[in-house]
Ligand binder design. Structure first.
Ligand SMILES: NC(=O)c1ccc[n+]([C@@H]2O[C@H](COP(=O)([O-])OP(=O)(O)OC[C@H]3O[C@@H](n4cnc5c(N)ncnc54)[C@H](OP(=O)(O)O)[C@@H]3O)[C@@H](O)[C@H]2O)c1
Length: 303
């Protein structure tokens, strides 16, 4: 038997339990990975709370990204051998001792990449990359990045800066010092936010990458940013109402994941992990994530 994070009813982190499942094995074309780390995403929480995905059913496993060590390969697998260190993605069930995935769902983990970073990088990097590309940012852009201290915001900001843009981001004051080290101009959110944003970029903003929705979108529009240069990943209703761009996570490839991993390993991408929990403590890990605050990623570890 093997341990896996699961829930049998919809709800808050309280519904999470770590159960014993039959140990999976690698069939033809598949690879089994002994998981060392698995990232948490807000998507997991939204699905687990119910009503988010129309076809989702319980009981359900949880988690969509992982890093670990290949420990079984099926027939016809050409790229991987037992002992390889990898990171990858799966529809559901990454938060478990073992995952079995098609070999094309894996990328090689650089030897010096921290396990927690490797297990938590993929989904937010894919989302940030796609969102940033959608706005075709360049040196003439001054970009507002909302929730810049979150998993997606941190990477989106760094990709925008790498494209030559000036980035102003909203975050709690406790995160400002760190954000400045990345080249972000941090602004406290809350009362007076719009005035502070105007003061930070007197020439105005040309684009926004939104991770919050609601009032943050109103503010972006009030700042004069054209609707088609505001990309939101957090408010589909506003996207439709105002004609915003709404490119979020999507098609993943092994090559893309390997490139994110290389960038993180070589320091081109700084990816803070704000806390780690043992797999057995998954409910507390999600309580932490669902506070909605903090710098960077929450990751489960199987040491
Ligand atoms: N559509 C998609 O494909 C897609 C993909 C990934 C994520 N998402 C969505 O995008 C959102 C962000 O995801 P994430 O993984 O980056 O979240 P996260 O890592 O949990 O970070 C959330 C961040 O929001 C900040 N925050 C909270 N209230 C804020 C406010 N009023 N203004 C500015 N920042 C605020 C917090 O920073 P402080 O500590 O500074 O408060 C925290 O760093 C979630 O709603 C998620 O579901 C969508």
């Amino acid at each position: 038997m093997a341990k896996a994070v699961s829930y049998a009813q919809y709800g808050a982190p309280e519904v999470l339990e770590v159960i014993d499942v039959a140990e999976p094995h690698a069939a033809e074309g598949k690879v089994r990975v002994a998981v060392r780390s698995a990232g948490l995403n807000n998507f997991d929480s939204k699905v687990r709370r119910g009503g988010y995905l129309p076809n989702h059913t319980v009981p359900s496993l949880q988690g969509a990204e992982f890093a670990g060590v290949v420990d079984e390969v099926g027939g016809d697998v050409t790229q991987w051998k037992v002992g390889d260190e990898v990171l990858g993605w799966i529809g559901r069930g990454a938060q478990a001792e073992f995952v079995v995935v098609p070999e094309s769902n894996l990328a090689r983990k650089p030897a010096n990449l921290d396990w927690a970073v490797a297990g938590g990088l993929g989904l937010v990097a894919n989302t940030a990359h796609r969102a940033t590309n959608a706005l075709a940012l360049g040196p003439d852009d001054t970009v507002l990045v909302t929730a810049v201290a979150g998993g997606v915001g941190l990477i989106a900001a760094q990709l925008a800066i790498a494209a030559g843009a000036t980035v102003v981001g909203t975050a709690s004051e406790s995160n400002h010092e760190f954000l400045r080290t990345l080249g972000v101009i941090p602004i406290a959110y809350g009362e007076g936010e719009a005035e502070r944003l105007r003061a930070a970029a007197p020439e105005g903003y040309t684009a926004a990458l939104d991770q919050i929705g609601g009032n943050a979108i109103r503010t972006a529009l009030d700042l004069g940013i054209p609707a088609n240069r505001i990309n939101t990943i957090a408010d589909q209703a506003a996207a439709e109402k105002f004609g915003l761009s709404s490119v979020g996570g999507g098609k993943k490839t092994s090559e893309e994941l390997a490139e994110f991993a290389r960038m993180a390993a070589e320091g081109e991408l700084v990816f803070p992990v704000r806390s780690t929990y043992h797999l057995l403590d998954a409910a507390n890990a999600y309580r932490d994530l669902e506070t909605g605050h903090g710098l960077g990623k929450v990751v489960l570890l199987i040491p």
